[in-house]
Ligand binder design. Structure first.
Ligand SMILES: NC(=O)CC[C@H](N)C(=O)O
Length: 227
């Protein structure tokens, strides 16, 4: 399986993301610069964390206008897995691929620590290696991680099982403790916690590998086992 790691000016988790795929998952991954326009040779698209364009204007707002985003939208429309982590989540929201917005953390300070995360749905291509209500540990590292959507959007997210991760101890003020959501089709996931920083026991958690393995297993079931 071939993963694209999209790199924006100011991305700083792109190498961790590549490492998670090539070393954690033992699959292929390549960097794709934000000015590129074609992702057709990839099976999945990863938008890494960081500070694209220095978070100027709003975090993710300028990244969302990059030439590569048209190709990301095409990949999403084709049903390919698209994962945005942290700044990648911010870019997915700003580009309209996911609903809602990420505001400044409630207490206005940058938070960088491991936190518990609850799996709310294992029935996705990103979470099939977990169990429902399982608690895992992932690092967070953000200043703008306070997820917000209006009540109607929340009701729709809940109704369509699009809320995938929540915080049992809400660190940033996110509405309804939301840490990660998918689109209605379930193939675009945005999340604030960093699975790519949780792929080695030495660094405190390997729970992130199970998320990447979920994508691989889903893809193999759809493309290899049925071939
Ligand atoms: N680790 C990150 O991706 C940081 C995200 C973002 N720019 C913030 O501080 O909110």
């Amino acid at each position: 399986m071939r993963f694209a790691v999209v790199v924006f000016p100011g991305s700083n988790c792109d190498r961790d993301m590549l490492h998670a795929i090539t070393d954690g998952l033992q699959e292929e991954a390549a960097f794709v610069w934000h000015t590129e326009t074609d992702l057709s040779e990839y099976d999945a698209v990863l938008l890494p964390g960081g500070f694209s364009h220095g978070d100027y204007l709003r975090a993710g707002a300028m990244g969302a206008t990059a030439p590569i985003m048209q190709a990301v939208k095409e990949a999403a429309a084709q049903g390919k897995p698209v994962l945005g982590v942290c700044n990648g989540f911010q870019i997915l929201l700003e580009s309209g691929l996911l609903p809602g917005a990420l505001l400044r953390n409630e207490k206005l300070s940058f938070i960088c620590r491991n936190v518990p995360i609850t799996i709310r749905s294992k029935d996705t291509m990103f979470t099939n290696q977990f169990t429902n209500d399982e608690e895992i540990v992932l690092p967070i590292a953000h200043g703008d991680g306070n997820y917000f959507c209006d009540e109607a959007t929340y009701q729709s997210l809940a109704e369509h099982n699009q809320i995938i991760f929540t915080y049992p101890n809400n660190p940033n003020g996110s509405v309804h403790d939301i840490a990660g959501i998918t689109n209605k089709e379930g193939n675009v996931l945005g999340m604030m916690p960093h699975p790519e920083r949780a792929v080695e026991a030495l660094l405190g958690s390997t729970d992130g590998v199970r998320l990447f393995r979920s994508i691989l297993i889903h893809w193999r079931e759809a493309h290899v086992l049925n071939a």
